[in-house]
Ligand binder design. Structure first.
Ligand SMILES: C[S@@+](CC[C@H](N)C(=O)[O-])C[C@H]1O[C@@H](n2cnc3c(N)ncnc32)[C@H](O)[C@@H]1O
Length: 468
């Protein structure tokens, strides 16, 4: 779910007008807990000091920011902090300088499960054992439903240097944003700009961003395709060729060529267009792609530009196919019921009339699994708590492919150790063993009613080498 939707849902949950619904349900006044993650490119202690002083300037006695113990892995630079729900983050200097990002813990958990194995639960059968990745080895990561890009932003912050992150989007918002964000180099900065554009304060930010120093540039290659995630990587008569709309290396080149000029003039735009066409052509001819057969072992070590180095792939003429990915995130379109419904009704969503949506979710997870290399990891997530959109979709995939296996994850071990009842109620096991459900929980123990993170489901799936 996008940040805007998250914010809207939460505002709705807070708003007095939403206290009653057409079905005459009473909505409790609840203050949602909010979270930030630190930008690992900045000094941790400095960022925390600034954030703390930001919070204290409006909440002098605040105990925040408070570290989230169950989503913490210092060796992976993974750290989230709770901040007061009513704190105005987007006016804070820690946020404006890009030191912290507002992000729900549940979204953070999906990315953490995708990239790291520290949250994997021991599996005594050994069936799900998988080799821990070498932390420094570049990864090929696909974010299949990337818009608006919140998780992408975290992925590109935390993957090893020289990784390639490919994202697809179907959201016209991106089309609107693309001319502007093409001129920006690092993902962080670009995404900031997208968010800012939505808030209609782009000019000044754009200027500020274009003056940022090279040390803030992302050491990761990002490619953005305007494509349907259900057919991405295939191009048949019924599916259109995906359009490469952004490539960070190409944008970097363009930025260097342009020098100090901030805006792209006509010749810069056509240069950029030519570059992207050439990259698309390489991909389509196979000189840009190898190992397209996802039944192979992943082949060449993943790296930035690996698509350029590897051998042509076998493919039907006119088809578009990609080398398989080490990691695939399928953060699927869903009914986004998880937070509102729990808060409003204390119940789960009526998912009886969702055939079309469930069908889309199945096609997305299927497509993600097809694009995954053997031995690779896929995370399927939604911000719905409906069984049909979660466990049933995952179960459908497990039945379809005999090399699809759940890697059990657990985020509650730290909480168990700390006996935090609130967190234990929030983090639950899903209907399939090893999957996770985050069930919004309202804690009134401190006087105010404070809600945990949002509702969310995630499953971590591995594609085994030895399957059919
Ligand atoms: C839950 S949101 C993803 C949020 C995103 N991962 C993030 O963290 O910012 C689901 C997104 O999937 C997009 N979507 C829907 N159908 C799609 C499709 N067939 N292919 C790709 N994206 C799709 C929607 O536009 C929506 O932006």
């Amino acid at each position: 779910m996008d940040t805007r939707m998250e914010a809207e849902q939460r505002e709705q949950a807070q708003s007095p007008q939403s206290k009653s619904t057409s079905s005459t349900l009473t909505v409790p006044t609840v203050m949602p807990m909010r979270y930030v993650r630190l930008n690992p490119r900045f000094d941790r202690q400095e960022s925390l000091t600034i954030l703390q002083s930001d919070i204290r300037s409006s909440h002098p006695d605040s105990k925040y920011p408070i570290s989230v113990p169950w989503l913490f892995s210092p060796e992976h630079k993974l750290e989230f902090f709770a901040i007061p729900g009513e704190f105005c983050l987007n006016k804070a200097s820690s946020f404006q300088s890009g030191r912290v990002y507002g992000m729900d813990v549940t979204s953070g958990a999906a990315v953490a499960a995708l990239l790291f194995d520290v949250f994997d639960r021991d599996d005594s059968s050994g069936l799900n054992h998988h080799q821990s990745p070498n932390d420094n080895e570049p990864l090929r990561v696909l974010d299949l439903c990337s818009a608006p890009g919140l998780k992408l932003c975290m992925i590109s912050d935390l993957v090893p240097e020289n990784s390639l992150v490919v994202l697809t989007h179907q959201n016209p918002d991106y089309r609107y944003a693309k001319t502007s964000f093409k001129s920006i180099i690092s993902t962080q900065q670009r995404l900031d700009q997208i968010y800012q554009m939505k808030n209609k304060i782009n000019e000044q930010t754009s200027e500020m961003i274009s003056q940022l120093k090279p040390e803030f540039h992302s050491p990761v290659q990002i490619r953005l395709y305007y494509a349907d995630g259900t057919t991405f990587g295939t191009c048949t008569q019924s599916t259109l060729m995906p359009e490469l709309v952004f490539d960070s290396i190409s944008a970097h080149e363009e930025h260097k060529t342009r020098g100090k000029r901030k805006r792209m003039n006509k010749s810069a735009r056509s240069r950029e267009k030519r570059r992207l066409l050439e990259l698309s052509r390489q991909a389509n001819n196979g000189d840009g792609n190898s190992n397209n057969n996802a039944s192979e072992d992943g082949g060449e070590p993943s790296s930035m530009g690996s698509e350029e180095k590897t051998a042509p792939a076998e493919k039907e003429s006119g088809s578009f196919s990609l080398p398989p990915f080490d990691r695939v995130l399928v953060d699927a379109e869903c009914s986004s019921d998880a937070t509102i419904v729990i808060v409003i009704t204390g119940d789960t969503w009526d998912d009886s009339n969702m055939d079309e949506l469930v069908d889309l979710q199945k096609r997305l997870i299927d497509s993600g699994f097809r694009l995954l290399k053997n031995g690779g990891i896929l995370v399927y997530s939604t911000c719905s708590l409906s069984t049909r959109q979660n466990e049933d979709v995952v179960d459908w995939l497990l039945k379809k492919y005999n090399n699809a296996f759940i890697i059990p994850v657990s985020f509650s071990r730290e909480s168990e150790a700390m006996s935090s009842i609130s967190e234990l109620r929030f983090i639950q096991e899903g209907g399939i063993s090893g999957t996770v459900r985050f069930k919004p929980h309202v804690d009134s123990s401190g006087g105010d009613s404070v809600m945990s993170g949002g509702g969310f489901f995630l499953a971590k799936i591995r594609k085994r080498h030895d399957g059919a």
